[in-house]
Structure formats: structure tokens, C-alpha cells
Write a protein that binds this ligand. Sequence first.
Ligand SMILES: C[S@@+](CC[C@H](N)C(=O)[O-])C[C@H]1O[C@@H](n2cnc3c(N)ncnc32)[C@H](O)[C@@H]1O
Length: 439
Amino acid sequence: MTTVEFLASLKSLSIKIWIENDQLRYRAPKGVMKSDLKQELVERKTEIVRFLKQAKDVMGDKRLVTDVVPQRNLQSISQEECEKPNQIELWPSLAEFFVYDEFLYYVLTNDRRRNHSYKVAINQLVKDKVVVDIGTGKDAILARFCAEANARKVYAIEMSEKYYNSAKACINKLGLADKITLILGDATKVNLPEMADVCVSEIVGSIGGVEGAALILNNARRFLKEDGVMIPARSITKIAGVCLPDEFLQNPGFTEIPAYYTRKIFEQVGYPFDLRLCLRHFSKSSIISTSSIFEDLNFTGMIEPEYSHEVNLSILKDSRLDGFIVWLNLHTIEGEVIDVLEHEYCWLPVYFPVFSPGIQVSQGDKIEAICSGSLCENNLNPDYKIEGYVIKETGEKIEFKYYSYHYKNDFEQTPFYKTIFSQYVFESNINNSIKTAIT
Ligand SMILES: C[S@@+](CC[C@H](N)C(=O)[O-])C[C@H]1O[C@@H](n2cnc3c(N)ncnc32)[C@H](O)[C@@H]1O
């Protein structure tokens, strides 16, 4: 079990862990901290303290949690909440913004299930081959997997200078510098000294295309020989109707770490806006309709970055329809699928809060809609839209339209976003153009 997994397992038991005056402290509900668990906590003390300190450094603010498995302030957790582990948490969709830091890279590098699925593909495809890794990140993790799988040569491209330097230090330390050549720059602009057989990347987000994978990987085909292959092979993002728990909808809001990244995104973009939202601890039992495909990016050929297609969903039970869950199914290679609703991954499912308040639906009602993706002004990241009708068995038609913009300057435009952001104080900066969420 990694440190994060161990901390997550403690959290699922409502055990809180924090550092106080350099000491590791915990608070557990009565009877939960059994002797074997306490023993493991003692044995893992050093790694946990190191990890929590790192998380705290990343947060750069003592008020922010040292608990890397986020929940509200210790003082504000009521007994009732303690008894409800794994409540839904609201997160901003992160992949499409350059808010990567040590903490987020840690989460990526230590996502064992994700890494396993990549290794399945890498182990089948890279032996004795030349590989290009697009966006290698701080730990050059996929490039290292390729080197371990006996790739002949790996060119690993990273556009962040800071994390290119970290990757370089890591490669040198591991003695892999002759095998892996790091290249600093935007993958769409740099050149390679030779053609590659395999292109490996992880620039997909919670909706596969949010980070600009369509354009970046279309461009990366110039690195590939004619019979070159892509890992991952395909990103399919699915959609289904949901009824979320009342406890969540009554008081949706960010816990401290998601609030921290929301603030970082607002600072980067320059204004607060109704950013795309994800749900952690979403349960499949909240799905109330059949599912369909929202976005399909087939990396084995050129991808059309803009699309529009019909989806038809059937309501499976009498319920309330609050909106849609939209989730990634990443095929690293045919037959090896990362389905982010099957397990917890570094990707979270996206929530489209279309109906606020929700609408009553009955088994057999239909949803007919058009899903579309079109590039926003930066010509890289998509804006998404779903519009259509809920068609009741009685014949009644309820029209809906929902936009999920990359960074449009729209703020508190729907009741759901109003509820979330009303909990935060916003403060204008000196030139009055940037607002910062004070959490
Ligand atoms: C989600 S992280 C993945 C990191 C690592 N490959 C992994 O799998 O853990 C995406 C990385 O791609 C980099 N990146 C995104 N777009 C890029 C581009 N156009 N050129 C080079 N690097 C890029 C980001 O800076 C980030 O480090």
C-alpha cells in the first residue's frame, strides 16, 4: 500500500491524521484504532510525516490541511459527518490548467492502477523500439517504464522548465541518462533527432480531451514512423443521468485542498468562473439511466478535435434527475481499459449540474440530446455542450441546455454554482481585475 492508499484507508475509517509541532497526531472514533492498525501507523510514521510535510509545503499555507486525503477542518467535522465516511467531494477539473505541483505529480506517479494499465501497453509495444513520451512530467514515469521494458531509446518531452529539471535529476540519479533523452519545450514545437516507433503520453483529463490531447497528439504523429503506434490507443468518455445524494446537494462546496486548487486556477486564468467540476467518491448507485458515449478520441489515427453527435439515454428508475456524470474510459491498448468509475484513479468523473433543482423522472422516460465539443479561443482546450430534451412517457418534453466551458468569464451563472461560491468570500485585488477565493 502506498502512503496515499494507507492514508485513504485511515480516512475511510474516519481516522484523522495531522502534524502538530512536528509530531504525528491522530483522532479516531472510539474502538476504530485497533492495535495492529496503530502498529502500522507507528511503522509508517516517517514516510507519513515526510508526505504530509510535502503536502503542506505544496499548499504553502498553514491553515490548509496537512491531511492529504481531504476533508474539512478538524474542528468543523461534526459527529454526524464522522459517521459518514466517503462522502462526495467536489473538485475542480485540474488537468486542463497548468496547476501541476509536487502534490499532483505525486498523485499521478503513485496511481498504481493507472500505471499498471500503462505498463500492460508499454510492455507489449516498446521492446527495442524508439519511443517519444509527450509531457513526461516531474518523475518521467512513463519514460522510465519504457526504459524498464527495454525500449532502445526514449525521447521525453516536457514543457515546464521546473519539472523538466526535476525529471532530469531523476533520470541522472537512476543512471538512465544514456537511455532517456529529455527535451525541454512544447511538444508541438520541438523536433526529435530520429523518428519514433511508439508515442506514449498521458495528457488526457477527466473528459478525455480537456487538456488538448486531440491537437497535441495529432501534431505528435509527425514524430512517428508510418507504422508507429500510440499509447494510449483510445479515450472514450461516457455519460449517464444521475440522482445525487441529498446531503451533498443541500450543501455542495469544496473541502480545503480542492478549494486551494480552485483558487490557483482562478489566479492563473485571472478571474473566478464557473469551472468544470468533478466528484470524488461518486457512487455508481447514483446513476439512474443507461449510458452512452459523450466523447470518443481514437488516437490510432488523426482525431477530429471538434464534434457533435446525438446521445439517447433511457431512465432506469423513478427518481430525480440532477444532471449527468461524464467519465473517462482510457484504453491504453486494446483490451486494457481504465474505467474511472470502477476504481479510484487520479482522474475523477465530471459532474454536469444541468437541473438545479432536479426534475422528477420515471422509468422509461427518455433523454435525447446532442453532445458537442468545440475549441475555445486558445484553439487547444475544448468547450463542451449538451442540449436536448427529457421526454416523459406522458409525452411531456423538458428542454435543457448545458455548457461546460474551459475558462469562459461566466461566474455564478446557475443556482448550483451560486450555492457553491456563496460560501466563499471573494476579494478584488489592487487593479480590481483578479478575484481570489479566500478559503
Ligand atoms: C498529466 S501530466 C502527466 C505526467 C506524466 N507523463 C505521468 O503520466 O504521470 C501531463 C504533463 O504533460 C505536460 N504537457 C502538457 N502539454 C504539453 C506539451 N504541449 N508539450 C510538452 N509537455 C506538455 C505537462 O506539463 C505535464 O507535466
